[in-house]
Ligand binder design. Structure first.
Ligand code: ZN
Ligand code: ZN
Length: 394
């Protein structure tokens, strides 16, 4: 593809910018969690029907797979995730979340709108497409491994997907830029929970109880030494404890404390090693306190998101034609996880970050922040990337 073709694509997606923004704002107002994307899914299906694009819904509960093109000999897939987060929105926008305690704070509403934008343009090109485009709208990226379910329910087959592409909005870099890297890009992750059980009692008589609070405290500090003392210093790994719950008043030792957290590493082997060792250390430390600690992983168990080196090179050239040569900096690997990684087990994949930091639109907060505000002026870039990926890879 030439620079002129990229400019044509970009101007065609720019033309439908208000339409994409409209859809995004509707989605933004009805954020839903994990697999419960009923309203969201309905909006996507409605728009696909209006565009006369054939699709199958209720895949992985609320996922949708649309197809454009008639030639089944080649197939590429474009993916958007659609779920929101359990956050109370504090952003200063007039299309704020209508669902209390839920917010599109990871930009998945934007991903969905941009993919619909690409769908609209690609539908116009349907007769000349040399293959099939699958548009994968998936649920449950935020901890529910929705991509894994989509794979289990056959999204990568029939016709077999040969290459897949995904975008995430990226507030760490300015609007108008793209980022990513070849090879390992995002971390392998595991969410976990540890139930520390002891014997409750009167706070004045600790010798008659087995205190799970002090035991939980030891576990929390103890597992950090797995990173500082056990892990190879040249290996990257993170263990973060993100929730501690137990007890309800001043003078009672509770019987149980629950700890929640996440493990991240740039290799699945190291992530799995940390998982085994956290479980072991928690159990042994609890035992020393006459308590018990039960470790379980919860939902999320994401592999590393890796960009296929050849596809990455293609995407860099493609991206540079769209945003300009100096606007596609390579970044270091990131400890965030993505279930886009699951598609990588079936075909070469590429995932890129779409810059959206822009002080003039108040887009200065990070992902998962209650004030996360999207710079919608980058939607046409995202949609153009999707369209160009199809035009170049099919
Ligand atoms: Zn997220
Ligand atoms: Zn996300």
């Amino acid at each position: 593809m030439t620079t002129t073709a990229s400019a044509t694509t970009l101007s065609s997606t720019k033309e439908i910018e208000p339409w994409m923004i409209g859809i995004r704002r509707r989605l933004h107002q009805c954020p839903e969690l994990l697999y419960e994307l009923h309203e969201t899914s309905e909006i996507v299906c409605e728009e696909l029907s209006r565009l006369d694009i054939s699709f199958e819904s209720r895949i992985a509960e609320t996922g949708i797979v649309a197809t454009i093109g008639h030639d089944k000999s080649h197939c590429v897939m474009l993916r958007a995730d659609m779920d929101a987060l359990p956050i109370e929105e504090m952003a200063d926008v007039d299309f704020r979340s209508n669902n209390a305690g839920r917010m599109h704070a990871c930009g998945h509403d934007c991903h969905t709108a941009m993919l619909l934008g690409a769908a609209r343009i690609l539908k116009q090109q349907e007769s000349s497409l040399k293959g099939t485009v699958k548009l994968c709208f998936q649920p449950a990226e935020e901890g529910g491994a929705g991509a894994q379910r989509m794979c289990e329910e056959g999204v990568m087959q029939n016709p077999a997907v040969q290459k897949a592409f995904g975008i995430h909005v990226w507030p760490q870099i300015p609007s108008g830029q793209l980022t990513g890297r070849g090879g390992v890009f995002l971390a392998a992750t595991n969410a976990f929970e540890i139930k520390v059980a002891g014997k409750g009692g009167h706070a004045a008589l600790p010798h008659l109880a087995n205190d799970p609070v002090s035991s939980a405290a030891r576990i929390i500090t103890g597992i950090q030494t797995l990173i500082s003392r056990e892990q190879d210093p040249l290996e990257a790994g993170v263990v973060s404890i993100t929730a501690i719950n137990g007890g309800s008043t001043f003078n009672v030792i509770p019987a149980e404390v629950t700890i929640k957290g996440t493990i991240r590493s740039l290799s699945v082997a190291n992530k799995d090693h940390l998982k085994v060792r956290i479980s072991e250390v928690a159990r042994l430390l609890a035992e020393a306190d006459h308590c018990t600690a039960d470790f379980v992983t919860v939902g999320e168990d994401y592999p590393v998101t890796s960009n296929d080196p050849d596809l990455w090179n293609d995407v860099v050239e493609m991206g540079q034609r769209i945003v300009g040569k100096g606007n596609f900096p390579v970044c270091s690997p990131v400890m965030g996880g993505e279930d886009f990684s699951y598609y990588g087990a079936f075909a070469p994949t590429c995932f890129v970050g779409l810059g959206c930091y822009n002080e003039s639109t108040g887009s200065v907060h990070g992902l998962h922040h209650p004030q996360f505000t999207m710079d919608e002026s980058v939607f046409h870039i995202g949609a153009a990337l999707h369209v160009s990926f199809v035009n170049e890879q099919l």
